[in-house]
Design a protein around this ligand. Sequence first.
Ligand SMILES: NC(=O)c1ccc[n+]([C@@H]2O[C@H](COP(=O)([O-])OP(=O)(O)OC[C@H]3O[C@@H](n4cnc5c(N)ncnc54)[C@H](OP(=O)(O)O)[C@@H]3O)[C@@H](O)[C@H]2O)c1
Length: 273
Amino acid sequence: MIATTAHGIPKLGLGTFGRTGEDGVSALLDALEIGYRHIDTAQSYDTESSVGEAVRRSGLARSEVFITTKVADTNLAKADFLPSVEKSLETLGVDGVDLLLIHWPSDKDAVPFEDYMLALAHTQEKDWAKRIGVSNFPIALLEKAETLLGAGALSTNQVELHPFLQSPKLTAYAKEKSLPLTAYMPLAKGKVSKDAVLERIGEKHGVTAAAISLAFLMAEGHVVIPASSSPDRLRENMTAIGVTLDADDMAAIRALDQGGRMIDPDKAPEWDD
Ligand SMILES: NC(=O)c1ccc[n+]([C@@H]2O[C@H](COP(=O)([O-])OP(=O)(O)OC[C@H]3O[C@@H](n4cnc5c(N)ncnc54)[C@H](OP(=O)(O)O)[C@@H]3O)[C@@H](O)[C@H]2O)c1
């Protein structure tokens, strides 16, 4: 059984970036069979239709699978926002999603912050989204969001996090605000499996370095959404939920932080860490 955050987000989910078409559907069906119940997609991934199809083909009830999608930064303008969400629901084949995120804040405020954040809140009022949140938001924008929407309105901020990029300032802020972060690229694209410290701790707990990375992030209070198309690795990543790291393990993994950001496009905001 996968634990959930206070806002009801399953702490381990499945990423779908780059997993399009029939291969993507097949990986999703494997994941649902293995026990994944939280799937992360986005308007820009071209995986919304595969997610909808896999959930329908799995035979699981819609209520059993937690679906997140994200509004692309190209759809933040007033005229585009709600129609784009309506289209996402149609592509997914659902009445509403469990979590709707702003994928990236508008670069250089090309779209006013209030416009897209109020549109996001409106999707919740329309029951198109059970929860709302953001992605790639630094502390300054989270503060603005709290002023606009009130404390506790957002269920998560999805950001790049792994043992080599632990973002201590953002993590401390999120803890203080009881806002769980969702760690994207929690395996640093597979790089964690070659790390000697994670491997050693994995041997001690009878799991792999990848599972230790995920267990560490969850122990830090984050949600994790690793991606894999291999049933073996999907199972391996799931073993993280049974790992309890001790204080020595946590200290050794915290020491791996090197601010190693892998995703930093021109449109990115000014990061805190
Ligand atoms: N909000 C955003 O801006 C944003 C940005 C990036 C990503 N995301 C989300 O976060 C999800 C996860 O990120 P990601 O897919 O980029 O990276 P990731 O989950 O850190 O790594 C995935 C890579 O690691 C490999 N892998 C998976 N399990 C493994 C294991 N146990 N041992 C060794 N290698 C393993 C996978 O290959 P195999 O398939 O061969 O196993 C794949 O190449 C995405 O799919 C997406 O949903 C969000």
